[in-house]
Design a protein around this ligand. Sequence first.
Ligand code: SF4
Length: 313
Amino acid sequence: MRTLPVPARRQLEKVYAFTTVTPHVKRVADNGKTVKYLLRLADGRTIETVVMQYDATARSRARTTICVSSQVGCPIGCTFCATGRSGFDRNLSEAEIVDQFLTASRDLAEGQRALTNVVFMGMGEPLNNYAAVVRAIRRWAAPDTLNFSPRRVTISTIGLVPFIERLSTEGLPVNLAISLHAPDDELRSSMIPVNRKYPIAAIVGAARAHAERTGRRISYEYVLLRGVNDSVEQAKRLAVLVKHRLSHVNLIPMNPVEGSPLAPPSKQRAQAFQSVLQAAGISTTIRATRGLDIDAACGQLRARQVQTVLAPA
Ligand code: SF4
C-alpha cells in the first residue's frame, strides 16, 4: 500500500494483523522437495505445516501438496504418534488454517510454484475441529478468494463417525482418508483409544456412504509397524474389510519417533503386505517416506522445539 503515507502504514501495522501465522523455523530436505515450517501463532503457540513436491509419473501429474494442521497438539492420543504424545492445547481458528495455505503459497511463489493439493494430515484430528475446517475449505474454494477446488482437498480422520456422516451432507466433494492402521478392533483400540467408541465396521460403513454420495475415493491409511500390524494374515483381513470399488490403501512405513520402541518393517515385508491387497483387487501404494532428516513425522519438529525450549540450560 505504497500510496499511503508512511505514518499511516505504520499505524495500520500496529492495529491490524495481515496473517495469523508467522514462520518461526523453516527446514528443507529431499533436495528442496520437502519443506517443513514451524509456524508461530498470535498466542505464542506453534504448529507444523509441510509442503511436499512430487514429480510427474506415468499415472499422475506433478503436484505440490501442503499438509496442514487443524489443532495445536491432538486429544486423540494414538500410541505411535509424536503429536498424540505431546498433548492437546486448542483448536485452530478458520483463519489460522487458511493462513497456513497462504504463507506456504507466498514462499512457493518466489520459486514460481503453486500448491495443487491440500491434505489435513498435520497436527490434530480435523473432524474434532469440524466447523473451522469446513469453513476454511469453503474459504479456499470461494471464487473471490482462491477458487481452490474441494476435490483437491483430503481430510484425514481417525474415524469420528458422526462427523463423517455430517461431512457427507455438506455438498463438499472432499476426499476422505481413514487412518485405519489395524484390521481388527482389539489391535486398533490398543493403538487408537477412540476406536472403542467408533469401531472399525462403523467407520468403514460411514466412509463408504461418503464415497457413494460424493463419488470421491476413500483412502485407507495404514502405518506399517514391524511385528505389530504387518503380517500377511493381517493383510488378508484388511483386504476383506476395505474391498470396495472406490477404495485405495496407502501403506506408510512408520517414521521412527525418538524414544519410541516402534519401528518400520523391512522393505520385503511391506511389499508382501502390499501384494496380498493387490491380489484381492485393491489399489494399493506404499508411500515414499519424505523428509526423515527434518522430522517429517507429524509433531516431531514441534516436539523437538518444545524440548529445546524446555531443556534446562
Ligand atoms: S495420529 Fe492423528 S489423531 Fe492420532 S494422535 Fe496423531 S494427530 Fe492425533
